[in-house]
Design a protein around this ligand. Structure first.
Ligand code: PLP
Length: 320
């Protein structure tokens, strides 16, 4: 495990002792939400577009302990980074203690200006917890440069590691005071803070070997090369879609806020219908977002420009 923690630390530009291996984002976020000392009336804020695994543990604390939980509204599509910064700064209140935020919003693929947001929060003494479920293995990450207080992520998405692999990084001065919620012998051993949270009984260690292989593969290619490739493909898809009058793209209008995830719909067509068209015509699986009548289309390094031409042809056909 020490080698794996070192490799994750290298990936996110963090120090290994402040890093815990977790099963996924949901468990990592829960460790932070349950472990922070907050009193009734202290407020936790987040966006209205968070994943259940990112926000639910804070709602549990609201129900159990009377902390306040509030969501602010982010646009969809988001126009530009300043719009997000302004929205968040306006929603800070004197009682706000924690800001929880996706680094990339799942439902739109919007890459948020987290560095500027964390700086605004820090000025006001507000703790920042970022959910990087969609970032790890997609966008090169440096948690020190971002200046957040905590960052959680998983490896089964963009790194392609086995499910059941994730991490939690917390700034050392905060981590030392974080209570463990899943505890074993080392729960109070502050010599290795990250391990206090990594030790959680007998788990499936074989998935960690899969994780290590996936990390090595990712490093062999290089995080920046991965990003450049998926960004090129994502951009190509969005350019094609934006030329079609009946297609609405929900990913941000500013291309610097986009990477590989593109969310869109076709006027008069449900997400499920579009998903089926992709599958029936080309065995492709952009995923329906159900309630919002759109699909989420992800391009990874193993996708090709030719595949995207096929995808665009299918969308054009569905749009009539
Ligand atoms: C932003 C975000 N947070 C949390 C999760 C849940 O991640 P995990 O399954 O690793 O708990 C997801 C999964 O899609 C996500 O997109």
């Amino acid at each position: 495990m020490p080698e794996i923690r070192e490799k994750i630390a290298r990936l996110i530009h963090a120090d290994a002792p402040s890093l815990a291996l977790t099963d996924n984002v949901t468990s990592a976020m829960s460790y932070i939400a349950e472990g922070l000392t907050l009193k009734p009336g202290d407020e936790v804020i987040t966006s209205n577009q968070e994943h259940g695994g990112g926000r639910s543990s804070w709602i549990v604390r609201e129900k159990r302990e009377g902390i306040r939980y509030r969501e602010f509204e982010l646009g969809k599509p988001i126009r530009d980074p300043q719009q997000v910064i302004d929205t968040i700064v306006k929603s800070f209140r004197p009682e706000t203690r924690v800001l929880v935020l996706s680094h990339m919003i799942t439902g739109s693929g919007a890459l948020l200006p987290v560095k500027e947001i964390c700086a605004e929060a820090r000025q006001r003494g507000i703790l920042t917890v970022l959910d990087g479920a969609q970032i790890i293995g997609q966008v090169a990450l440096d948690v020190q440069d971002i200046g957040c207080d905590a960052y959680v992520g998983c490896f089964h998405k963009w790194i392609g590691a086995p499910p059941g692999t994730g991490f939690m990084w917390v700034r050392p001065e905060i981590l030392k005071n974080l209570w463990t919620s899943v505890s074993s012998y080392q729960w109070n051993n502050h010599e290795d803070e990250g391990f206090r949270f990594t030790q959680r009984g007998t788990g499936n260690y074989s998935v960690l070997l899969g994780l290590e292989a996936a990390l090595d593969f990712h490093f062999d290619i290089g995080p920046q090369r991965v990003y450049d490739r998926i960004k090129f493909l994502g951009n190509y898809l969005r350019e094609g879609l934006r030329k079609m009058p009946k297609v609405k793209v929900f990913s941000p209008a500013t291309e610097t806020m986009c990477a590989s995830i593109t969310v869109y719909n076709v006027q008069g067509v449900t997400g499920a219908q579009l998903q089926d068209a992709f599958w029936n015509e080309a065995r492709m699986r952009p995923r329906s977002q159900g309630d919002e009548f759109c699909v989420r289309h992800c391009t990874h390094i193993f996708n090709s420009k030719q595949e995207l031409d096929t995808a665009l042809r299918i969308v054009r056909k569905v749009a009539g």
